[in-house]
Ligand binder design. Structure first.
Ligand code: ASP
Length: 286
């Protein structure tokens, strides 16, 4: 069976500041959507498109993820990422990973090559090294662009895809929040908080991770669909409201198995782009 509802959604973080110029990010996100669309149309799997898109986001230095990550309070670059595949709910994640260019590729390796869902810290780095993933030193990270657009400082990246088999996949990658403590892990690598994918919905979150952890935002949306019969837009909005009620802020992207998209945010702006099933592409910040 071929699914015609190909969809792709990306976010580049909910920390966008009103009045700043995000033309570079808007163009970059649109380009990634076009590249992902072409791959999905050629039959690529959602999980492969998610990993390729997030790898490009990490390498760009335009977001607080991968190369654009900022150092923590100890001056170290600790990165988090997660990946989830809807049909089987297989998942992989790394937390507080140091010394590698692409945390999302490490997350994929955890998913594909271990019986585990998450590896953290030195163990994650040893695993990434054993898998031959690209190493980088502290000098590789550049917060030049992101530092200028920070405070409030979030710039996680996320990607959701729906492929021609009807499979959903979701991924999230981050450098965390500005000034975070050494060892701090937020929502981004936590399945059910900053990422989720099942047979109905895929979700990736951005914002102050502590609030997304405390509200289990990503799986809350899935449960609202599954157990409360809510529609995607209502479920996504209600889950974000829960974050805001606790005093948090941020945003999220959600994609249903029918290609419906929700991209709510409670912040000044959220870098985001989407390919809808009818082929239209949007890329916006505010
Ligand atoms: N949610 C991420 C974290 O708390 C930050 C972000 O979205 O930019 O680590």
């Amino acid at each position: 069976m071929t699914n015609k509802c190909l969809s792709l959604v990306i976010h580049g973080g909910a920390g966008a500041m009103a009045g700043r110029d995000y033309d570079a990010e808007i163009a970059h996100l649109r380009g990634l959507i076009e590249a992902g669309r072409d791959r999905l149309r050629a039959g690529a799997a959602a999980i492969d498109v998610v990993v390729a898109t997030i790898t490009a986001l990490e390498a760009s230095g335009l977001y607080v993820a991968g190369r654009g990550a900022a150092a923590n309070s100890a001056g170290k670059y600790e990165l988090d990422a997660s990946l989830m595949y809807g049909p089987t709910r297989a998942a992989g994640a790394v937390a507080a990973l140091q010394g590698f260019a692409s945390p999302i590729q490490a997350a994929r390796a955890v998913m594909d090559a271990t019986p585990h869902v998450m590896l953290a810290g030195d163990g994650a780095a040893a695993f990434a090294a054993a898998r031959g993933l690209e190493r980088v030193g502290p000098e590789w990270f550049t917060s030049a662009r992101t530092a200028e657009t920070l405070s409030p400082s979030t710039g996680t990246v996320g990607c959701l895809a729906l492929d021609e088999t009807g499979a959903l996949a979701a991924g999230t990658s981050t450098g965390g929040t500005n000034g975070k403590l050494y060892g701090r892990v937020g929502d981004s690598p936590i399945v059910g908080a900053g990422v989720w994918a099942d047979d109905r919905v895929a979700v990736s979150c951005t914002g102050v991770g502590e609030y997304f952890l405390r509200t289990a935002t990503a799986v809350q949306i899935a449960h609202r669909l599954r157990f409360a019969g809510q529609g995607l837009v209502d479920a996504a909005g209600a889950a974000l409201d829960d974050v805001v009620q606790l005093g948090g802020w941020g945003g999220l992207i959600a994609l249903s198995a029918t290609g419906e998209i929700a991209m709510p945010f409670h912040s000044q702006g959220m870098k985001r782009a989407a390919l809808r099933p009818d082929g239209t592409i949007t890329s916006d910040v505010f």
